[in-house]
Design a protein around this ligand. Structure first.
Ligand code: GTP
Ligand code: MG
Length: 218
């Protein structure tokens, strides 16, 4: 286990490649980077605050379209995390949506240190064309993906199982890592941290993954 998500720091906001930060560890090597993607309002920024155990470090909103640029954070002084604007929200003006698509795509293409993507998906929904396109693109770009099913507090346990099966079947990917999350009920942080370490090639010691976390209101 290497990453504990301690000492979260906001680094900067960027829209274009020349503005992306060059993040180095104390050893002078580039930090491994994780990006968080998914439909608008799925809970990306809230999950980052929860995993950082730091309310309000990442801006969230009950109205979709809150995150409008690429936000870089670091944690443990060794890992970089990126909060991306969500896709697929029709009420965001077309002019803005037209900019977000290429902005996110460029980032995903031009960031060699990006190793892992947390693909957030609301457990109450079924994947649509935008979701399939994003997932396909990530897989073909060779990024590791963890599917994080969010807002599990909103479904009963039998629905949780049925919906999970349905969503996994729709994505139709063998061995896709997946896990459940609820910021409001404080579910899934330890499991996700362990999964991230595993996906990044770190040996996982369960006891070490135990850490404090904060709840968040919707
Ligand atoms: N019930 C419940 N609500 C949640 C959970 N996580 C986030 N929310 C709520 O969902 C809404 C959207 O959260 P954000 O974290 O801003 O979503 P986002 O994916 O970053 O949205 P964009 O920045 O617009 O792409 C807020 O009202 C959150 O409080 C959760 O686990 N359970
Ligand atoms: Mg956001």
């Amino acid at each position: 286990m290497k990453y504990f998500f301690k000492n979260p720091v906001f680094i900067k906001t960027a829209m274009k490649e020349p503005d992306y930060p060059l993040l180095l560890t104390v050893k002078g090597t580039p930090m491994q980077e994780i990006a968080v993607t998914g439909r608008s309002n799925v809970g990306k920024s809230s999950l980052l605050n929860h995993i950082f155990a730091r309310k309000g470090l990442v801006k969230t909103s009950s109205s979709p379209g809150k995150t409008q640029a690429i936000n870089f954070f670091t944690t443990d002084d060794t890992l970089s995390l990126v909060d991306l604007p969500g896709y697929g929200y029709a009420k965001v003006p077309l002019e803005i949506r037209k900019k977000w698509g290429p902005m996110v795509q460029k980032y995903l293409e031009k960031r060699p240190t990006l190793e892992l993507v947390l693909f957030l998906f609301d457990i109450r929904r079924v994947p649509n064309e935008d979701d399939f396109r994003m997932m396909d693109w990530l897989i073909h770009a060779g990024k590791s993906v963890i599917l994080v099913l969010t807002k599990v507090d909103k479904v009963k346990s039998n629905e949780k199982k049925a919906n999970t099966d349905k969503i996994l079947k729709a994505f139709a990917l063998q061995n896709l890592y997946h896990t459940h999350y609820s910021v409001t009920k404080n579910i899934g942080r330890k499991e996700l941290i362990a999964m991230v370490n595993e996906a990044l090639g770190e040996v996982v010691n369960d006891a070490e993954a135990e850490a404090e976390s904060v709840g968040e209101d919707e």
